[in-house]
Design a protein around this ligand. Structure first.
Ligand SMILES: NC(=O)c1ccc[n+]([C@@H]2O[C@H](COP(=O)([O-])OP(=O)(O)OC[C@H]3O[C@@H](n4cnc5c(N)ncnc54)[C@H](OP(=O)(O)O)[C@@H]3O)[C@@H](O)[C@H]2O)c1
Length: 265
């Protein structure tokens, strides 16, 4: 199915597919931006930083917005902006298939519960949970009428940590579990044209993995397991993971399971 959609878009004669993508500036998000634009999808990326090389690599199909998703006030002002072309309402207006990929995420605070401090816990919750849920609310409302009403898809990038508990990651585990449960419950609403899934993407060779390996064992007792994964070539390359995720997102089976694992798709 995605090939049909992609081919039509690339040929310029058919469906206009548009995607809002958070955390597009590096890691898995940059790979997703490349994979989407290779298939002719127009992408509106929102991260704190912009990347000129990524714009060039995406062949004019990527628009980048500098936005701190940890600042909920700024996020809501962006969401509520009715006119700016690089804000959700104007961007999605002419989409025939509309996608929202909630990819941005942070791992900190890392360490035993009580050691990270309330500010870090609140920030992680804002970036990992409040932003995806607020964006989903806006996305579903904005696409309820118009050409994309019959095909709109929301993908949360979750983690195995949302499904298994890890010492030192209590906040991260909780935020990812929240995304999984959001997708499961939202799927039950059977909103017209909407498919939603929260995907555990596997272990990917990004800055987040480097951060894990740099954490002292006293704060993350399973650190050695992740060091070994890197040494043994057990991390997926971001572009490989990005390609597989986009194939899944644009495919016919997207949303059949609201909380899948990429390694088992
Ligand atoms: N890597 C893995 O093995 C792995 C495994 C399971 C799940 N995941 C999930 O996959 C997603 C992507 O992770 P990654 O490994 O690519 O991480 P990463 O390399 O650390 O990249 C994180 C992305 O999120 C953005 N971001 C972070 N804080 C932000 C903020 N306050 N506002 C806006 N954007 C923000 C960053 O952009 P800026 O810094 O420019 O803002 C960056 O583009 C995350 O949700 C992560 O939890 C990753």
């Amino acid at each position: 199915m995605f090939q049909q959609l992609g081919v039509k878009t690339i040929n310029g004669g058919g469906d206009m597919i548009k995607a809002i993508l958070t955390g597009h500036s590096r890691g898995l998000g940059a790979a997703l931006a490349r994979a989407l634009t290779r298939r002719g999808v127009h992408v509106l990326g929102a991260s704190r930083t912009r990347d000129a090389e990524l714009t060039a690599a995406c062949g004019g199909l990527l628009t980048q917005v500098a936005l701190d998703l940890g600042d909920t006030g700024s996020l809501l002002r962006w969401i509520d902006d009715p006119h700016t072309p690089a804000a959700p309402a104007a961007f999605l207006k002419d989409a025939q298939t509309a996608l929202l990929i909630n990819n941005a995420g942070i791992l900190r605070p890392i360490g035993p519960v009580g050691g990270g401090g309330p500010g870090a816990a609140a920030l992680a919750t804002a970036v990992n949970v409040a932003a995806p849920l607020a964006l989903t609310e806006a996305f579903v409302a904005l696409t309820a009428r118009g050409p994309a009403a019959a095909d709109r898809r929301v993908l949360h990038i979750s983690s195995g940590a949302g499904r298994s508990a890890y010492p030192g990651w209590s906040v991260y585990c909780a935020t990812k579990a929240a995304l999984d449960q959001h997708a499961r419950a939202a799927a039950l609403d059977e909103v017209h044209g909407l498919r939603i899934a929260s995907l555990a993407p596997g272990v990917i060779d990004t800055g987040m993995q480097a951060e894990i390996r740099e954490t002292p064992e006293s704060r993350f007792p399973l650190r050695d397991r992740f060091v070994a994964l890197k040494q043994d070539g057990g991390l997926a390359a971001p572009d490989e993971a990005g390609d597989r995720i986009v194939n899944y997102l644009l495919g016919a089976a997207f949303g059949d399971d609201p909380a899948p694992d990429l390694r088992r798709l």
